[in-house]
Design a protein. Sequence first.
Length: 121
Amino acid sequence: NKIQSFDDVSGTLVVDAGVILETADQFLADKGYIFPLDLGAKGSCHVGGNVATNAGGLRLLRYGSLHGNVLGLEAVLPDGTVVEDLCTLRKNNTGYDLKQLFIGGEGTVGIITKVSVICPQ
């Protein structure tokens, strides 16, 4: 459960699903960025759980929902197949946008293991 990478130029953060939201937010604050989601339970909730439930939070109106802020993800399907779509592009129209099935799916389609998120300054 760690922060995989962060690109200072594009503001793209790639994290494991088990990273605590507050940990990710503090990591970004040190670099002059913020996580586009803020919750009252940010000290105990995980990024993967937030994406799986499409959590809204206090920054929803300003930065939009996680459907727009999640650039890509990695998930494991019920049969054990790993779906890797950790794209860090802002726009990717090379096929079906499968990540949208997992965002808000609450684990019914598959379990999210990694997430890439666009983070504003």
